[in-house]
Design a protein around this ligand. Sequence first.
Ligand code: GDP
Ligand code: MN
Length: 376
Amino acid sequence: MKIHEYQAKQILAKHGVPIPAGQVCATADEVCEYAKSLARPVVVKAQVHVGGRGKAGGIKLAKDAEEAREVAKLMLGNKLKGLTVEKVLVEEAVDIRQEYYLGVTIDRAAQRDVIMVSSVGGVDIEEVAEQTPEKIAKLHVDPSMGLQDFQIRQACCAAGLDGVAIPSAQKFLQALYETYEATDASLAEINPLVVTGDGALLAADAKINIDDNALFRQPELADLAEEGEEDEIEAEAHRRGIQYVRLDGNIGVIGNGAGLVMTTLDEVSRAGGRPANFLDIGGGAKAEFVRNALEIVLMDQKVKGVLFNVFGGITRCDEVAKGIVEANSAMDVRLPMVIRLVGTKEQEGRELLASTNLVPATSMQEAAGKIVELTR
Ligand code: GDP
Ligand code: MN
């Protein structure tokens, strides 16, 4: 789960991280009023769940309150990288001498948390990571020991931070790691960690992603989830308890088991098509559930055809076929649907489909080929 910069900063501040004075605002008037109270140049920052806002025009400096109002007017209600800006964070502008990067995430291959430090932070950190990865110092955290002070010093030195900034940077990293652990985050970043003109350090931007699987024990954080930011169809699927992820193609895909569905997506791509979604009906799905799933897939107007790929184990093919046939007639589906059923009660399932306009297939490759052909 993503949270906004202003929310991440509030959490970091609780753990002792210095942040610029600021306030989140929903209207241009509020922005103007707050900027007036600061009585100094401000930065207006779009609060949307995407990175790279600076490059996309979502971070703007304003020399006074009136300019802040104008800048905010251009942002609020408009889209930034496809998302509507509903709030902006107004902060006192920071006098930036240098930008550092601090991050913590999980390194799955190493089965450990990894801390990352760089002296070349800022908006180009992705390019740094790609082109000059040696400029980002990385250190793994032993879960039985926790993050050690010497490791932090080591990382800051390896990253080439300015010697006088190191003691302060250490505190930021310690607090960032503490926050990462306390919030069950999968990623926590301060980028940039700014060295100001007078040598102080400040977190100018912050990002925290929370592990969805930990939300049950993070009720306060779960409350920060904004349904409005989620894709509408995905939100509806989640309300119905269906595992659905929207993609950008036009072939709806439904299967049982995440691995099988992902393989089906690959097969559709290999056959020259583009999947519109991932949808896993799981094991043992009954007819009613299948109808629900099909409804979700068809909510996406881009969908021009649907491929069902069902491997009957616990799931019975006749139950799935019954669901498809019922949904097909009840919803008056006019799109081509290819159904591949194998396994438990396969024969019974096929018989149910025989008297319909649904297209049967025996192998996954054949099914993918057929749906791509029919939606062309
Ligand atoms: P991001 O692009 O979404 O990562 O947004 P950031 O908050 O990191 O802002 C992008 C860039 O804008 C930063 O790297 C800074 O260079 C610049 N920036 C952000 N806040 C300030 C500020 O208060 N003063 C100045 N001069 N630049 C800022
Ligand atoms: Mn940033």
